[in-house]
Ligand binder design. Structure first.
Ligand SMILES: Cc1cc2nc3c(=O)[nH]c(=O)nc-3n(C[C@H](O)[C@H](O)[C@H](O)COP(=O)(O)OP(=O)(O)OC[C@H]3O[C@@H](n4cnc5c(N)ncnc54)[C@H](O)[C@@H]3O)c2cc1C
Length: 277
Protein backbone atom coordinates (compact mmCIF):
# COMPACT_ATOMS: atom_id res chain seq x y z
CA UNK A 1 0.00 0.00 0.00
CA UNK A 2 1.60 3.23 -1.10
CA UNK A 3 -1.23 5.72 -1.42
CA UNK A 4 -3.44 5.97 1.70
CA UNK A 5 -6.66 7.97 1.67
CA UNK A 6 -6.30 8.50 5.42
CA UNK A 7 -4.70 11.48 7.15
CA UNK A 8 -0.94 11.83 6.76
CA UNK A 9 -0.78 12.39 10.54
CA UNK A 10 -1.84 8.78 11.15
CA UNK A 11 1.53 7.05 11.16
CA UNK A 12 1.11 4.25 13.69
CA UNK A 13 1.81 5.95 17.03
CA UNK A 14 -1.01 3.95 18.64
CA UNK A 15 0.50 0.69 17.41
CA UNK A 16 3.90 1.61 18.88
CA UNK A 17 2.29 2.52 22.21
CA UNK A 18 0.48 -0.81 22.61
CA UNK A 19 3.59 -2.71 21.50
CA UNK A 20 5.63 -0.99 24.22
CA UNK A 21 3.34 -2.40 26.92
CA UNK A 22 3.33 -5.93 25.50
CA UNK A 23 0.00 -6.10 23.67
CA UNK A 24 -0.74 -9.07 21.48
CA UNK A 25 -1.13 -8.04 17.83
CA UNK A 26 -3.20 -9.41 14.96
CA UNK A 27 -4.14 -8.70 11.33
CA UNK A 28 -0.94 -6.80 10.62
CA UNK A 29 -0.94 -7.89 6.97
CA UNK A 30 -4.45 -6.52 6.45
CA UNK A 31 -6.02 -3.06 6.11
CA UNK A 32 -9.22 -1.54 4.80
CA UNK A 33 -7.79 -1.41 1.29
CA UNK A 34 -9.10 1.03 -1.28
CA UNK A 35 -8.10 1.94 -4.86
CA UNK A 36 -7.07 5.59 -4.72
CA UNK A 37 -6.25 8.38 -7.15
CA UNK A 38 -3.90 11.31 -6.91
CA UNK A 39 -4.60 14.89 -7.84
CA UNK A 40 -1.30 16.70 -8.20
CA UNK A 41 -1.00 19.55 -5.74
CA UNK A 42 -3.52 18.21 -3.21
CA UNK A 43 -1.18 18.11 -0.24
CA UNK A 44 -1.25 18.41 3.52
CA UNK A 45 1.91 19.86 5.08
CA UNK A 46 3.96 18.69 2.09
CA UNK A 47 2.49 15.17 1.95
CA UNK A 48 0.51 14.12 -1.12
CA UNK A 49 -3.15 13.27 -0.41
CA UNK A 50 -5.08 10.51 -2.18
CA UNK A 51 -8.80 10.15 -2.83
CA UNK A 52 -10.97 7.04 -2.89
CA UNK A 53 -12.42 5.80 -6.20
CA UNK A 54 -16.09 4.87 -6.37
CA UNK A 55 -18.19 5.70 -9.45
CA UNK A 56 -15.08 5.82 -11.61
CA UNK A 57 -14.87 2.02 -11.39
CA UNK A 58 -18.57 1.20 -10.95
CA UNK A 59 -20.40 3.30 -13.53
CA UNK A 60 -21.06 1.92 -17.03
CA UNK A 61 -18.41 2.76 -19.62
CA UNK A 62 -15.33 2.27 -17.46
CA UNK A 63 -12.85 -0.54 -16.96
CA UNK A 64 -9.65 -0.90 -14.95
CA UNK A 65 -6.57 -2.44 -16.57
CA UNK A 66 -3.13 -3.45 -15.35
CA UNK A 67 0.34 -2.67 -16.66
CA UNK A 68 -0.29 -5.13 -19.52
CA UNK A 69 -3.54 -3.44 -20.56
CA UNK A 70 -5.66 -6.32 -19.25
CA UNK A 71 -8.57 -6.30 -16.85
CA UNK A 72 -7.84 -8.19 -13.66
CA UNK A 73 -10.78 -7.81 -11.26
CA UNK A 74 -14.46 -6.98 -10.94
CA UNK A 75 -13.92 -3.22 -10.76
CA UNK A 76 -17.30 -2.55 -9.11
CA UNK A 77 -16.77 -4.93 -6.20
CA UNK A 78 -16.27 -3.38 -2.76
CA UNK A 79 -13.12 -1.30 -2.41
CA UNK A 80 -11.46 -3.62 0.10
CA UNK A 81 -11.73 -6.74 -2.04
CA UNK A 82 -11.07 -5.00 -5.37
CA UNK A 83 -7.78 -3.75 -3.96
CA UNK A 84 -6.60 -7.23 -3.04
CA UNK A 85 -5.98 -7.81 -6.75
CA UNK A 86 -3.22 -5.17 -6.55
CA UNK A 87 -1.33 -7.44 -4.18
CA UNK A 88 -1.12 -10.30 -6.69
CA UNK A 89 2.57 -11.12 -7.12
CA UNK A 90 3.48 -12.87 -10.35
CA UNK A 91 6.17 -15.48 -9.78
CA UNK A 92 7.36 -15.43 -13.40
CA UNK A 93 7.60 -11.68 -13.90
CA UNK A 94 8.57 -11.45 -10.25
CA UNK A 95 6.51 -8.40 -9.55
CA UNK A 96 3.10 -6.90 -8.94
CA UNK A 97 1.69 -7.12 -12.47
CA UNK A 98 -1.58 -5.35 -11.65
CA UNK A 99 0.31 -2.16 -10.84
CA UNK A 100 0.29 0.46 -12.11
CA UNK A 101 -3.43 0.21 -12.75
CA UNK A 102 -5.48 2.52 -14.95
CA UNK A 103 -9.19 3.31 -15.20
CA UNK A 104 -10.12 3.73 -18.86
CA UNK A 105 -13.19 5.81 -19.78
CA UNK A 106 -14.60 7.47 -22.86
CA UNK A 107 -15.87 10.94 -23.69
CA UNK A 108 -19.48 10.12 -22.88
CA UNK A 109 -18.44 9.06 -19.38
CA UNK A 110 -16.80 12.43 -18.65
CA UNK A 111 -19.81 14.30 -20.02
CA UNK A 112 -22.29 12.27 -17.92
CA UNK A 113 -20.54 11.42 -14.67
CA UNK A 114 -18.26 12.99 -12.07
CA UNK A 115 -14.65 11.81 -12.34
CA UNK A 116 -13.05 12.31 -8.91
CA UNK A 117 -13.41 16.12 -8.63
CA UNK A 118 -14.23 16.88 -12.26
CA UNK A 119 -17.95 17.47 -12.78
CA UNK A 120 -19.82 16.28 -15.90
CA UNK A 121 -19.09 18.45 -18.91
CA UNK A 122 -16.33 20.45 -17.21
CA UNK A 123 -13.07 21.05 -19.04
CA UNK A 124 -10.93 17.92 -18.70
CA UNK A 125 -8.43 18.25 -15.85
CA UNK A 126 -4.75 17.74 -16.60
CA UNK A 127 -4.54 14.74 -14.25
CA UNK A 128 -6.60 12.75 -16.77
CA UNK A 129 -4.49 11.35 -19.63
CA UNK A 130 -6.36 12.09 -22.86
CA UNK A 131 -6.01 10.59 -26.37
CA UNK A 132 -8.12 10.37 -29.50
CA UNK A 133 -7.68 6.62 -29.94
CA UNK A 134 -7.18 3.62 -27.68
CA UNK A 135 -3.79 2.97 -29.30
CA UNK A 136 -2.62 6.51 -28.61
CA UNK A 137 -3.90 6.27 -25.04
CA UNK A 138 -2.05 2.98 -24.52
CA UNK A 139 1.17 4.53 -25.77
CA UNK A 140 0.76 7.49 -23.46
CA UNK A 141 0.30 5.33 -20.36
CA UNK A 142 2.91 2.81 -21.54
CA UNK A 143 0.74 -0.29 -21.78
CA UNK A 144 0.70 -2.71 -24.72
CA UNK A 145 -1.62 -1.09 -27.34
CA UNK A 146 -2.71 -4.43 -28.87
CA UNK A 147 -3.66 -5.76 -25.44
CA UNK A 148 -5.62 -2.65 -24.53
CA UNK A 149 -7.49 -2.69 -27.84
CA UNK A 150 -8.35 -6.37 -27.37
CA UNK A 151 -9.41 -5.77 -23.76
CA UNK A 152 -11.78 -2.95 -24.74
CA UNK A 153 -13.19 -4.95 -27.67
CA UNK A 154 -13.80 -8.10 -25.68
CA UNK A 155 -15.35 -6.12 -22.79
CA UNK A 156 -17.58 -4.20 -25.20
CA UNK A 157 -18.82 -7.38 -26.91
CA UNK A 158 -20.62 -8.43 -23.74
CA UNK A 159 -21.10 -5.01 -22.14
CA UNK A 160 -23.51 -4.10 -24.96
CA UNK A 161 -25.83 -6.66 -23.39
CA UNK A 162 -25.00 -5.59 -19.82
CA UNK A 163 -22.87 -8.68 -19.20
CA UNK A 164 -19.35 -9.32 -17.98
CA UNK A 165 -18.69 -13.06 -18.17
CA UNK A 166 -15.01 -12.58 -17.33
CA UNK A 167 -15.33 -10.88 -13.92
CA UNK A 168 -19.10 -10.89 -13.28
CA UNK A 169 -19.29 -7.14 -12.82
CA UNK A 170 -22.84 -5.90 -12.45
CA UNK A 171 -24.16 -9.21 -11.13
CA UNK A 172 -24.62 -8.11 -7.51
CA UNK A 173 -26.54 -5.29 -5.90
CA UNK A 174 -23.31 -4.02 -4.37
CA UNK A 175 -21.91 -3.59 -7.89
CA UNK A 176 -24.86 -1.32 -8.66
CA UNK A 177 -24.39 0.75 -5.48
CA UNK A 178 -22.26 3.37 -7.22
CA UNK A 179 -23.70 2.60 -10.66
CA UNK A 180 -26.20 4.51 -12.78
CA UNK A 181 -29.78 3.33 -12.09
CA UNK A 182 -30.93 4.96 -15.33
CA UNK A 183 -28.48 3.08 -17.49
CA UNK A 184 -30.24 0.46 -19.63
CA UNK A 185 -29.90 -3.25 -18.83
CA UNK A 186 -27.20 -3.01 -16.16
CA UNK A 187 -26.43 0.01 -13.88
CA UNK A 188 -22.75 -0.95 -13.73
CA UNK A 189 -21.93 -2.38 -17.14
CA UNK A 190 -21.90 -0.56 -20.48
CA UNK A 191 -19.55 -0.41 -23.46
CA UNK A 192 -16.68 2.04 -23.87
CA UNK A 193 -17.79 4.11 -26.84
CA UNK A 194 -16.26 6.83 -28.98
CA UNK A 195 -13.11 8.81 -28.21
CA UNK A 196 -11.50 10.85 -27.02
CA UNK A 197 -10.52 8.37 -24.34
CA UNK A 198 -9.13 9.03 -20.88
CA UNK A 199 -6.93 7.13 -18.44
CA UNK A 200 -6.86 7.73 -14.69
CA UNK A 201 -4.00 6.21 -12.74
CA UNK A 202 -5.09 4.12 -9.74
CA UNK A 203 -2.94 3.48 -6.69
CA UNK A 204 -3.11 0.84 -3.93
CA UNK A 205 -4.46 2.66 -0.89
CA UNK A 206 -6.27 2.17 2.40
CA UNK A 207 -8.78 4.09 4.52
CA UNK A 208 -7.63 2.64 7.81
CA UNK A 209 -5.67 -0.07 9.54
CA UNK A 210 -6.87 -3.51 10.54
CA UNK A 211 -3.72 -4.68 12.26
CA UNK A 212 -3.23 -3.67 15.85
CA UNK A 213 -3.90 -4.65 19.48
CA UNK A 214 -5.97 -7.76 20.20
CA UNK A 215 -8.92 -6.89 22.45
CA UNK A 216 -11.52 -8.94 24.28
CA UNK A 217 -15.31 -8.52 24.45
CA UNK A 218 -14.90 -5.54 26.83
CA UNK A 219 -12.41 -3.72 24.60
CA UNK A 220 -9.56 -4.56 26.99
CA UNK A 221 -6.16 -4.95 25.34
CA UNK A 222 -4.78 -8.47 25.76
CA UNK A 223 -1.16 -9.46 26.22
CA UNK A 224 0.47 -12.41 24.43
CA UNK A 225 -0.88 -14.76 27.13
CA UNK A 226 -4.42 -13.56 26.38
CA UNK A 227 -4.60 -11.76 29.73
CA UNK A 228 -6.00 -8.19 29.89
CA UNK A 229 -3.36 -5.51 30.37
CA UNK A 230 -4.65 -3.57 33.43
CA UNK A 231 -6.57 -0.38 32.65
CA UNK A 232 -5.79 -0.48 28.92
CA UNK A 233 -8.59 -0.38 26.35
CA UNK A 234 -8.45 0.00 22.57
CA UNK A 235 -11.11 0.55 19.90
CA UNK A 236 -11.10 1.82 16.34
CA UNK A 237 -7.95 1.87 14.27
CA UNK A 238 -5.75 1.01 17.22
CA UNK A 239 -7.54 -2.32 17.80
CA UNK A 240 -7.20 -5.38 15.56
CA UNK A 241 -10.26 -5.35 13.31
CA UNK A 242 -12.92 -7.94 14.00
CA UNK A 243 -13.49 -8.04 10.21
CA UNK A 244 -10.28 -10.01 9.55
CA UNK A 245 -9.51 -9.81 5.82
CA UNK A 246 -13.14 -9.11 4.85
CA UNK A 247 -15.45 -6.18 4.22
CA UNK A 248 -19.11 -6.98 4.95
CA UNK A 249 -20.40 -3.51 4.05
CA UNK A 250 -20.68 0.16 4.96
CA UNK A 251 -19.71 1.00 8.54
CA UNK A 252 -17.26 -1.91 8.90
CA UNK A 253 -14.82 0.43 10.61
CA UNK A 254 -16.98 2.93 12.47
CA UNK A 255 -19.57 0.33 13.52
CA UNK A 256 -17.22 -1.81 15.63
CA UNK A 257 -15.42 1.32 16.90
CA UNK A 258 -18.66 2.75 18.28
CA UNK A 259 -19.88 -0.61 19.65
CA UNK A 260 -16.59 -1.45 21.36
CA UNK A 261 -16.21 2.12 22.57
CA UNK A 262 -19.53 1.70 24.37
CA UNK A 263 -18.54 -1.69 25.80
CA UNK A 264 -15.12 -0.43 26.88
CA UNK A 265 -16.59 2.66 28.52
CA UNK A 266 -19.11 0.62 30.48
CA UNK A 267 -16.46 -1.84 31.57
CA UNK A 268 -14.06 0.87 32.68
CA UNK A 269 -16.78 2.62 34.71
CA UNK A 270 -17.76 -0.62 36.44
CA UNK A 271 -14.13 -1.37 37.28
CA UNK A 272 -13.51 2.16 38.54
CA UNK A 273 -16.55 2.06 40.83
CA UNK A 274 -15.72 -1.39 42.22
CA UNK A 275 -15.16 -1.18 45.98
CA UNK A 276 -13.50 -4.27 47.35
CA UNK A 277 -15.56 -5.81 50.15
C1 LIG B 1 -11.58 8.75 3.16
C2 LIG B 1 -12.15 7.87 4.25
C3 LIG B 1 -13.49 7.47 4.19
C4 LIG B 1 -14.01 6.64 5.19
N1 LIG B 1 -15.32 6.25 5.10
C5 LIG B 1 -15.83 5.45 6.06
C6 LIG B 1 -17.20 5.04 6.02
O1 LIG B 1 -17.93 5.43 5.12
N2 LIG B 1 -17.67 4.22 6.99
C7 LIG B 1 -16.88 3.78 8.02
O2 LIG B 1 -17.33 3.00 8.87
N3 LIG B 1 -15.58 4.16 8.10
C8 LIG B 1 -15.04 4.99 7.15
N4 LIG B 1 -13.73 5.38 7.24
C9 LIG B 1 -12.90 4.88 8.33
C10 LIG B 1 -13.08 5.69 9.61
O3 LIG B 1 -12.96 7.07 9.32
C11 LIG B 1 -12.01 5.24 10.61
O4 LIG B 1 -12.18 3.89 10.88
C12 LIG B 1 -12.12 6.02 11.91
O5 LIG B 1 -11.93 7.41 11.70
C13 LIG B 1 -11.08 5.54 12.90
O6 LIG B 1 -11.25 6.25 14.09
P1 LIG B 1 -10.13 6.25 15.21
O7 LIG B 1 -10.61 7.19 16.25
O8 LIG B 1 -9.81 4.86 15.58
O9 LIG B 1 -8.83 6.83 14.49
P2 LIG B 1 -8.60 8.25 13.87
O10 LIG B 1 -9.89 8.83 13.35
O11 LIG B 1 -7.44 8.10 12.94
O12 LIG B 1 -8.19 9.14 15.13
C14 LIG B 1 -6.90 9.04 15.70
C15 LIG B 1 -6.58 10.40 16.27
O13 LIG B 1 -5.37 10.31 17.02
C16 LIG B 1 -4.56 11.43 16.69
N5 LIG B 1 -3.17 11.07 16.96
C17 LIG B 1 -2.33 10.32 16.18
N6 LIG B 1 -1.13 10.22 16.76
C18 LIG B 1 -1.21 10.88 17.96
C19 LIG B 1 -0.29 11.10 19.03
N7 LIG B 1 0.96 10.61 19.02
N8 LIG B 1 -0.72 11.81 20.09
C20 LIG B 1 -1.98 12.31 20.15
N9 LIG B 1 -2.89 12.13 19.17
C21 LIG B 1 -2.51 11.41 18.10
C22 LIG B 1 -4.86 11.71 15.23
O14 LIG B 1 -4.50 13.03 14.89
C23 LIG B 1 -6.35 11.46 15.19
O15 LIG B 1 -7.08 12.63 15.55
C24 LIG B 1 -13.18 6.22 6.26
C25 LIG B 1 -11.85 6.64 6.32
C26 LIG B 1 -11.35 7.47 5.34
C27 LIG B 1 -9.89 7.91 5.45
Amino acid sequence: MTAPASLPLSTGDGLKMVMKVGADLANLNEAFWVPTVKIEGEEFEGTQLYRMTRGERSLPGSIMVNKHGKRFVNEAANYNDTSKAFHYFDAVEYGYINLPAWIIIDDEFTSKYTVVTSLPGEENPDWLVKADTITELANKIEVNPENLKNTVESYNNHALNGKDPEFHRGESEYNWYYGDPEHPINPSVGPIGKGPYYALRVYPGAIGTKGDAVINEHGQVLDVNEEPIPSLYAVGNVAASIMGPGYPGAGSTLGPAVAFGYLAGNHAVKKASYIPG
